[in-house]
Design a protein around this ligand. Structure first.
Ligand SMILES: Cc1ncc(COP(=O)(O)O)c(C=O)c1O
Length: 401
């Protein structure tokens, strides 16, 4: 018998096969479209350096001391004021600063999910949310989707009776992995269905500010404040290195999330919160985020152009209107996971779509990030992907001897 008996939930903490494969893609020379990272060229290093100096000269001892679990009060006020700009009326008291929005997902799992409790997720959904919820042993319902996103009828069909669905986890803006944005109509219909079915919503929005031509419609939380728990993040508009995110919870839920947060890490680093507040307090993001948008939009255009030139007929994809990702469905006979070693051998990497499904995966799907390579490298990488797929399709079309 082992000396260290592990909890049953640890069986749900598995290394992702995909993550293992992707370690290979860290090798120099690989043109990787696999990462979910923002472009490091967008990080405002000088502004952050100056803010570190200011914090350390003006409030060094407070910044280096333990701090409040709720978060730095001026930052919580800033978040509430910022959300008001997208139609969300919240009190700063509802804002809980988290160590990345990834921690928000974990806290939601901890507070909301019993073993065997139903949780509804999109098809596909964010892999990191599945990883965060899995240890709490939910039973997932995969919401059926159409070209517009999850279908309102799928929410209406969720189990109402005890044990009811604890929440539906939804990503309205430039979803990771599919890149799609929900229309105003679809948001309204999803919220109406959730209200009728009495299924609360967890709305995850790290990409909403990364729009290209027009901002996305108002968040779900603005439409049903008492029924939506909202997650936001500074990772994609500033830098992920500070691990700074926040959740906005209906007042009835806030105290338990706060206690879960205390148990997890007491508080998010106060120094990081003060530095970020120092950077953003006078409207910095209003100048900075448009530069990220312009950059990503050019990279997105380069990828759209390369995909239409190089990918074999039968490949399905849609041009995203913001965010960081293209989602591809390869022609019949292509399995994205099985083809990854060939792609890596040819010098490129992508993430096979299989990781993003709670249930049966569509093996023909894959995710490409357009933000970490230059437009020239994007063109080269997509040309290589096209070649790998064509060779595979030509090979599989040959009669077997
Ligand atoms: C949909 C989604 N939610 C949450 C996160 C976690 O972000 P953070 O860096 O704020 O923890 C990510 C990160 O890529 C994401 O794509």
């Amino acid at each position: 018998m082992s000396l260290w008996t592990q909890a049953r939930r640890s069986a749900r903490l598995n290394p992702s096969i995909i993550r293992e494969i992707l370690k290979v893609t860290e090798q120099p020379g690989i043109l990787s479209m696999a990462g979910g990272l923002p472009s490091a060229d967008t990080f405002p290093v000088e502004a952050i350096r100056a803010a570190c100096d200011t914090v350390l000269s003006q409030a060094p001892r407070q910044a280096l001391q333990y701090a409040a679990s709720e978060g730095f009060a001026p930052l919580r006020e800033w978040v509430a004021a910022q959300l008001a700009r997208q139609g969300q009326v919240v009190s700063p008291d509802q804002v809980l600063v988290t160590t990345g929005s990834q921690q928000g997902l974990d806290l939601v799992g901890k507070v909301m999910v019993d073993a065997g409790a139903p949780v509804a997720v999109e098809t596909p959904t964010y892999l990191g949310a599945l990883q965060a919820f899995n240890p709490y042993e939910p039973i997932y319902t995969s919401l059926a989707s159409d070209g517009q996103g999850p279908r309102p009828e799928a929410i209406a069909a969720l189990p109402h009776d005890a044990p009811g669905t604890r929440f539906a986890y939804l990503l309205p803006n430039f979803q990771n992995p599919s890149g799609r944005v929900l229309s105003d109509e679809r948001r309204q219909a999803l919220v109406a269905a959730a209200q009728a079915a009495r299924v609360p919503i967890v709305e995850d929005n790290p990409y909403g500010d990364l729009w290209f031509d027009a901002p996305p419609p108002a968040p779900l939380a603005a439409r049903w404040p008492e029924g939506v728990l909202y997650l936001g993040s500074f990772s994609k508009v500033l830098t992920p290195g500070f691990r700074l995110g926040y959740l906005v919870a209906p007042p009835a839920l806030y105290p338990k999330l706060l206690q879960a947060k205390q148990a997890a890490d007491l508080h998010t680093p106060g120094f990081n919160q003060r530095v970020v507040f120092e950077v953003i307090k006078n409207g910095f993001l209003d100048q900075h985020v448009p530069t990220i948008r312009a950059r990503y939009q050019a990279q997105c255009a380069a990828m759209a152009d390369a995909l239409s030139r190089h990918l074999p007929e039968g490949t399905e994809w849609q041009r995203p209107q913001g965010g960081m990702f293209f989602w591809l469905r390869l022609p019949a006979g292509c399995d994205a996971l099985a083809l990854l070693p060939q792609a890596v051998a040819a010098g490129i990497a992508y993430v096979p779509g299989a990781a993003f499904y709670a249930h049966e995966a569509d093996a023909r799907t894959l995710r490409l990030s357009f933000v970490t390579l230059t437009p020239e490298d994007i063109a080269n990488a997509v040309a290589i992907l096209g070649r790998v797929l064509r060779e595979h399709l030509a090979g599989s079309a040959e009669p077997t001897p």
